[in-house]
Structures are given as structure tokens and as C-alpha cells.
Design a protein around this ligand. Structure first.
Ligand SMILES: Nc1ncnc2c1ncn2[C@@H]1O[C@H](COP(=O)(O)OP(=O)(O)OP(=O)(O)O)[C@@H](O)[C@H]1O
Length: 427
């Protein structure tokens, strides 16, 4: 018997029969792998249809729900941390939300003066915001729509690596194992994992992103009719709340779905004009709370996937870059008291100021965004980025950086933006 066969024999196999409107929830133990197969009936994972007979594979730490509207038989192989069938889910509520959005799209279909819905999903951490976004986007594309996904979550975003905000037109349902295919997302560099680290910059980027999305809707009628789904951060108190209000205004949202928190719902109803519809919806009982450590690991995993692929299928490059061949900037200078500011400038302006960085050992392990800006005069802060590198070594004597890059040398552009976020490349 081969090693592979032996492994297969000793595998834990579990079968689940689901009635209609049931959901199988499972978590994969860290460092383990679990496969899923639909044996009969129909099922979906966060809005993407599961293909019968196809074997899907999920890595350690995955938290998955397989829902069925009609009933089905499922098989799991491998070590699950928890696996159970839930009968109570809010899926019908989410489906109704989709139907409501589709009504607005239908009106825009026949009336050139109208556009599709702009919906924002808000709520505290771990209420399933990203999952509801995915669901609504998947249902929309399955109906032939081309919605725009905007991700404002700088900590646990789905479109790019942590420390960025971005948007992408969704062309096909998310892959069950890999999520949305990241072809040409429009990404802006923020540089921190917390939205509160530089509120001025965050709001500036949200405004810029909103403008760009509006332009895209102007230029592409199919996107305009399909509308926008916006994912947000879980920071909903104090300044975090003000940032949500800012985003709602910048994107001119029509609908806000508040998951799980009634207080937030009441505040939004109170503070936003009546033209913005605010609805309260429950979170799914399946959403798993993540510890601080789990969040750190998820962020690291996201960055690793950027360079190495979700299954280690990418081979990034490591090469040297001469200090003199690039210009590195960071955004935000140390705050000075108003009395020391040059005439006409406010202390706040410092926060969105571009500062040149002389390469030194402090760059070690930091992520760096490659700006699309071509020259020094371009507004680098409000220009999108084309990719990311990580600094693996700084040689002051030879004036060289060694960088990890998804693409071979040379770097596609020379204007670089330093991120506060670090990544230890342990490959
Ligand atoms: N019904 C469900 N059953 C099992 N797991 C689920 C379910 N819904 C969501 N999850 C899982 O729960 C985790 C948290 O969900 P999600 O990322 O959508 O929450 P969030 O509110 O966006 O979190 P954050 O505030 O960190 O952005 C994810 O790993 C997701 O796969």
C-alpha cells in the first residue's frame, strides 16, 4: 500500500445529510487539511455553488459554512475542529436583501437616469461583514450583474494585503477555496493595520476611492446598474464611527446594513439623512470570534499568500535594488505644535505629508508599496499602487536593499511607499 493510500485509509470521514435551509459549519484544525465533497443535492459556500463530485480542499484555520436551499448530502475528510449542522441561519434575510438590491438594479436597467444600489455593510468585529459582502456579490454575479466591491477594511481586507483600501469590479463568483480572483483590483496605500493610526489619511483615501468608483460607474453602464457593495472595519465607536459616516457620505450610499449592533443602528438612523436606508440584521450564529492572535495570524497569512500563493504555488523573486534607483517615501511627518508650523499650514496637514525616507536598517522586514506614479510631481498619496515588496536585507555599505517581489527585477516603478506593517519571510 502506498503512503498516500495509507493516509487515505486512516483519514476521518464524516457524512452529513442536510435538510433544506440547513447549513453545515466546520473549522479546520491548524496545520491540518479538510476536503469537502457534495455527494448529492445542491449546496453553496458563501453564495458560490458547490459542484457535485468535485473535491474542495481547505487549509488550517478555515471556517466554512455549506448552505443548502434544497437539501443535500455532504462528505468531509480530515480533522475538523468542530463540524455540525445548524438549522437556524439568517440566510433567508440575506437573500431578501439581495432581492431588494436586485429590484433597484431592475429599475436602473430601464431608466438611464438611475443607477444601481450602493450598499455598505457595517458592524463590530466578527459579525460576518466580509461574509455578507461575499454573499451579496456572489448572488449578484450569478444573476449576470457586475457589481463593484469596495473594501475599506485595512486590517482584514479581502482584496489585497493589510494596510490598503481598494475596489474591484466582480466578474465571476468567488472561488470556493480561494475567494475572489484578484485581477486588476484598484489599490491605495494606507500603510497601517488600524484605521485609527492616521485618520486624516484614511478619510482622504476613502474620498479618493469613492471618486474613482463614481467615475467607473459613469464610464461603465453595467457596473453602474449593478451597484457597489462596501465592506468596512469593525471599529464602530468614537472616531471609528465618524469614519463610517464619512465613508457613507463619500460613496453616497443608499443602504446601510448594520449587523448585530442595535446601538450602532440607532446612531446611524439618527445621524444620516432620511434618504439613506439603514437596516438592522442579525449575525449568523456560525461566525467564529477570532482572538487577537488569530487576527495577527490571518494578516500574516494574507501577506504570505500574496507572495507564495494560497497553496505555495507561486515562486517569488529575491533581488537587490540600489538605493539610488528608487525613491522611498512615507506618509505623515511627526506632528509639530501649531506655533512651529509654517505659515498657513495646520498641524493636521503633517499627517498627509509625503516624507522622503533615507534607506536604513529600520526598513528591515517592512512591506513597501510600489506606486503607479511616474514622476516626483505626481500626487503619490492619491495614486494607486501596482504591487508590494518586502525588505529582506539592508546593506548600508553597498547601498543595496534585498527585496522579496512577486515579479522578477526590475521593479516596474521607482516611487515606493513605506508601510508600517512588517512581514517575516521565513521561507
Ligand atoms: N455561517 C458561518 N459558519 C461558519 N463560519 C462562518 C460563517 N459565517 C462566517 N464564518 C467565518 O467566520 C469568520 C469571520 O467572518 P467575517 O470575516 O465575515 O467577519 P467580519 O465581521 O468581516 O470580521 P472583521 O471584523 O475581522 O472584518 C470567517 O472566517 C468566516 O469564514
Amino acid at each position: 500500500m502506498s503512503e498516500e493510500q495509507r493516509q487515505k485509509e486512516s483519514e476521518v470521514v464524516q457524512e452529513f445529510k442536510l435538510e433544506q435551509d440547513n447549513e453545515l459549519r466546520f473549522e479546520v484544525e491548524s496545520k491540518e487539511k479538510v476536503t469537502l465533497e457534495l455527494k448529492s443535492g445542491l449546496a453553496e459556500v458563501f453564495g458560490t455553488e458547490v459542484v457535485k463530485g468535485k473535491v474542495y480542499s481547505f487549509g488550517g484555520g478555515s471556517k466554512i459554512a455549506v448552505f443548502t436551499w434544497q437539501g443535500c448530502l455532504l462528505e468531509l475528510r480530515g480533522k475538523t475542529e468542530a463540524a455540525y449542522v445548524a438549522r437556524e441561519t439568517p440566510m433567508i434575510i440575506y437573500l431578501n436583501t439581495h432581492a431588494g438590491l436586485e429590484q433597484i438594479r431592475k429599475k436602473a436597467d430601464t431608466d438611464e437616469s438611475k443607477r444601481g444600489p450602493i450598499a455598505m455593510i457595517v458592524g463590530p468585529t466578527d459579525v460576518g461583514k466580509s461574509t455578507v459582502c461575499k454573499l451579496l456579490l456572489n448572488y449578484a454575479v450569478r444573476m449576470g450583474r457586475r457589481p463593484i466591491y469596495v473594501d475599506l477594511d485595512v486590517g482584514q481586507g479581502q482584496l489585497s494585503i493589510p494596510g490598503t483600501v481598494g475596489a474591484m469590479a466582480i466578474e465571476r463568483p468567488a472561488d470556493v477555496e480561494e475567494g475572489f480572483s484578484q485581477v486588476c483590483p484598484l489599490i491605495y496605500h494606507y500603510g497601517y493595520k488600524e484605521p485609527g493610526s492616521n485618520v486624516m489619511l484614511y478619510n482622504l483615501l476613502v474620498t479618493k476611492l469613492a471618486q474613482t468608483v463614481a467615475e467607473r460607474m459613469e464610464a461603465n453602464r453595467q457596473n453602474a446598474v449593478s451597484g457597489v457593495i462596501i465592506n468596512t472595519c469593525g471599529w464602530v465607536k468614537g472616531q471609528g464611527y465618524q469614519m463610517l459616516i464619512h465613508a457613507a457620505k463619500a460613496f453616497e450610499v443608499d443602504l446601510i446594513i448594520v449587523l448585530d449592533q442595535e446601538r450602532l443602528y440607532n446612531e446611524l438612523v439618527r445621524d444620516l439623512p432620511e434618504t439613506v436606508k439603514v437596516v438592522f440584521q442579525p449575525k449568523s450564529g456560525g461566525v467564529v470570534e477570532r482572538s487577537r492572535q488569530a487576527r495577527i495570524e490571518a494578516r500574516d497569512q494574507r501577506i504570505r499568500e500574496y507572495f507564495y500563493g494560497s497553496a505555495g504555488q507561486f515562486y517569488p523573486h529575491s533581488f537587490e535594488v540600489r538605493f539610488s534607483d528608487v525613491k522611498i517615501f512615507k506618509i505623515g511627518a511627526p506632528a509639530l505644535p501649531d506655533s512651529l508650523m509654517p505659515l498657513g499650514m495646520k498641524a493636521e496637514d503633517q499627517l498627509t505629508k509625503l516624507v522622503t525616507v533615507q534607506p536604513n536598517q529600520q526598513l528591515l522586514h517592512h512591506l513597501i508599496s510600489i506606486s503607479m506614479a511616474e514622476s516626483g510631481e505626481d500626487d503619490i498619496i492619491q495614486t494607486n499602487v501596482t504591487g508590494f515588496i518586502c525588505v529582506n536585507n539592508v546593506d548600508l555599505e553597498r547601498q543595496m536593499l534585498t527585496v522579496l517581489s512577486p515579479q522578477p527585477r526590475p521593479l516596474p516603478r521607482t516611487r515606493l511607499l513605506l508601510s508600517d506593517i512588517q512581514y517575516m519571510d521565513s521561507h
